[in-house]
Ligand binder design. Sequence first.
Ligand SMILES: [Zn+2]
Length: 480
Amino acid sequence: MKASKVFKNKNNSKSNKKSTNKYKSIAILTAIVCSICLLLVVVFKMFHLENLFNNEFKIKNSKKEIGVVQTLEGNKNSKSYELKYPFLKNENLNSVISSHLKQEIKDFLNENETEKAKLQSDYNIFSFDENNGISICFRYLKKAKKLKKETVKTMVFWHDKKLEIKNIFAKDKIKKVISTVKNEIQNNKEFAKIIKKEKIVLDEKFQNNPDLLNNFIIKKDSIEFSFNSGLIFPEKYGVISIDIENNLLKENFSETFIKINPSDALIKEKDLKKSKKPLIALTFDDGPREDTTNVILDELEKHDAKATFFVIGKEAKQYPEILKREAASGHEIANHTWSHKTLTKLSEKTIESEVEKTDDFVEETINFRPKLLRSPGGSINNKVKKIANKPFIYWSIDTKDWKTNDEKKTIDAILKNASDGDIILMHDRVKSTAEAVKTIIPELINRGFCLVTVSEMFRLKNIPLEKGRQYTKAIEEDSN
Ligand SMILES: [Zn+2]
């Protein structure tokens, strides 16, 4: 026993020496690795800080339709600024912009912080009415070591006058506008997620706070409201914006706004005339295609008729010029998914990307995000309804043009059945259809029909188009 113990001890002391050496080398190695890591962190931080202050601030896809881009630079103590702004032909507007910038700089330099900080800006500027109306949206980014905060400041001019929210909406309608804005935020998919996650009570945020709407820009057919970080959602979500169609707001517009936004007043006048006529919505799926879509567009333009194009995103990417032509001629662009797959067979994630990819591409190309969806083959179930979350537009007359490829059969399918509120399904990729419209369009007009887009038809008939619902015809009891 003893011997064996001694032997064991001997053996142990040997292995002890060995393991001490082993620990030593592990310690050295650890020290080296740690120093390298530390060095990397320091270098990264320096690089990061350097980058933080040197990077140019740019709004993604910013629009600068008017004026010349100028930069105002300067610094004081540890603070510096670099502000981009538009220089315009109109001296009065330049002086409004300049005094705004001066105030921003003054506020920034007066802030009681001694650490290094930088203020940068970029902007969007565009006209909503032949250069008489100008919308500017400044985005500011304030950076310091532990801070990165974006804010927004908007300006809208009509000729020489700067417009405030009280110029846009009738005094007694502001409350209604606030509730519309609130509802649209609630209905927005992204925002709804945040509201749920952060348990935000929107009613509280919007209660009697008319100043909340001060940051707005006027677009051609909509008004976009922006909210600085912390106003509605917690600061970490930054600036948020919501674009609201004039259709949803027009009951509340002031007389001034109707005067300065004649396009909207004109719509009202035209609406009145159109609403007394029977209406039809021609719809064309699966395009755009070079040879056929242009023929259809020629014919529509010839008769000042409007239609709706349910475009396939992939095809639109092939022919962006045709997409632009469709939009410029006043037709409605709607979503027919990215690659025309049967939506009911896809995963939630793929359904979402099939719809959103097309929306994104169309918006990038024509500055309008499709409101309506027609699923390929009309396939639909509750999952699709929930994920795609748009009004689903079906049809009341199916020409089967893609099947028959027969001009006469397409003409007959329509002219034998057309009635007020019909949604007619055709395909602008079909050659015989491009020929058939040359008979169909003048004949429908001859019979007293007004050819309008799908959205227009439902608006004129006062039928709201709701997300997640299916529509086959514009008559009250038909929507389900
Ligand atoms: Zn299709």
